[in-house]
Design a binder for this molecule. Structure first.
Ligand code: ABU
Length: 389
């Protein structure tokens, strides 16, 4: 061996073994995926998606790439978040963007555009040593898993215990959607809309299993699946059968536009869940938490988001879309000072992260990430039964 080879070998950082392992949202984080804003598109219309941003250049029926300056600013914040995580010793992987402006098709349909690879949490669900690709329920997001395949392939090659799974790819024919749903739904009063949400009588039919990964909240042995605009009962049922060692619960909240659970019911640490009080949980869900000695804490109101919600289909409740670094440490969007104070009062260390420019790309700090590895094992945090739970 030459001197040069000896030196370079000695200077190499030890290669950490890759291990896919994550059972909940709070155990110490070791390895994570952080999304990218590159190439994100305001989607072309499709049965389940209606984008209407007339003041920002995308009135109903129009579509196209997000403005370049917004993409650049979002990428700066995503890159800086990735560096922050790396500086704390957390390994970070990133997706590989595709040309999301391309027209896509299957034998059943054609769609004028894809979407992006910013909220990886929507697409991938990690449960233990398994990473599951969700069905998704938008045609524009049907092929989004491809942006994560390089990372998944590499994890598969480097972790001999990783389970790489994909839920059945849906057909997404017109029969998967309620015709004219948005025209009717938008004329209903609040009470009627909430009745429909409680019955999960929304845009998706029950033709086939459909779910987004971000509708699943992981609390160890208990998985809570929100029925929503992108997750139907069959999607829940598929998840229930797919995870036979877990208790998998279908739940709803009083949210007229339910889209992912992670700005609604947010696990913080064993025994403590943060609740968005504008989206009430059912009494039976609250009871299940309380009989198991969990505290349900209502989050303070979000700070003002003003122009930062331009072209966004999310709400200011992205404030509670937090990322745990461990059970005592939370990444919180930097302008959410009142929420940070509330969390400090609950005993957390808060890491402020500027992230508002990412919101129009589909989410906050939780949406923008997917756990690959956290310390910890499968635990049962709900030993007592209550009602149907
Ligand atoms: N996945 C993001 C949820 C956004 C919202 O509830 O506003």
């Amino acid at each position: 061996m030459s001197t040069l080879e000896r030196v370079s070998t000695a200077e190499q950082a030890p290669v950490e073994a890759t291990r896919v392992n994550s059972w909940n949202g709070w155990d110490p984080l070791r390895h994570v995926i952080v999304g990218r804003a590159t190439g994100t598109v305001v989607q072309a219309p499709e049965p389940a998606v209606r984008r209407d941003f007339p003041e920002d250049g995308f009135p109903l029926g129009t579509w196209g790439p997000m403005p370049e300056e917004m993409t650049a600013e979002a990428n700066e914040q995503l890159d800086s978040f990735a560096r922050l995580l790396s500086s704390r010793g957390i390994r970070v992987d990133r997706p590989t963007p595709l040309d999301f402006t391309q027209r896509v098709s299957t034998p059943d349909w054609e769609q004028e555009s894809m979407f992006g690879c910013m909220p990886p949490r929507d697409v991938l669900l990690t449960v233990g040593n398994e990473i599951l690709e969700a069905t998704m329920s938008y045609r524009s997001r049907w092929f989004e898993y491809l942006a994560y395949r390089p990372v998944l392939q590499s994890l598969f090659e480097s972790d001999p215990d990783m389970r790489w799974e994909a839920a059945p790819k849906p057909r997404l024919t017109d029969e998967s959607y309620v015709p004219g749903f948005w025209d009717t739904y938008n004329t209903l009063g609040l009470g009627e809309q909430l009745d429909k949400v409680a019955a999960n009588d929304l845009v998706l039919t029950e033709k086939e299993p459909l779910f987004d990964a971000a509708d699943v909240a992981r609390f160890g042995k208990d998985l809570f699946v929100q029925l929503s605009l992108v997750t139907n009962r069959q999607g829940y049922e598929w998840l229930r059968r797919h995870f036979p060692e877990h208790r998998v619960h279908a739940i709803t909240f009083t949210n007229t536009h339910p889209l992912h659970i992670d700005a609604t019911w947010v696990p913080l640490r064993p025994g403590l869940v943060l609740h968005n009080g504008e989206r009430l949980a059912t009494p039976e869900l609250v009871k299940y938490f309380e009989v198991n000695d969990w505290e349900v804490v209502e989050a303070v109101q979000p700070a003002s988001w003003k122009h930062q919600m331009r072209l966004s289909f999310c709400t200011p409740w992205l404030s509670v879309n937090l990322l745990n670094l461990d059970p005592n440490t939370l990444c919180v969007e930097a302008e959410e000072v009142r929420l940070a104070d509330q969390l400090v009062g609950l005993g957390f260390d808060v890491v402020p992260v500027p992230f508002r420019a990412v919101a129009p790309f589909g989410g906050g700090l939780h949406c923008a990430t997917v756990d690959i590895e956290r310390d910890g094992v499968l635990e049962d945090y709900f030993p007592r039964r209550a009602g149907r739970f």
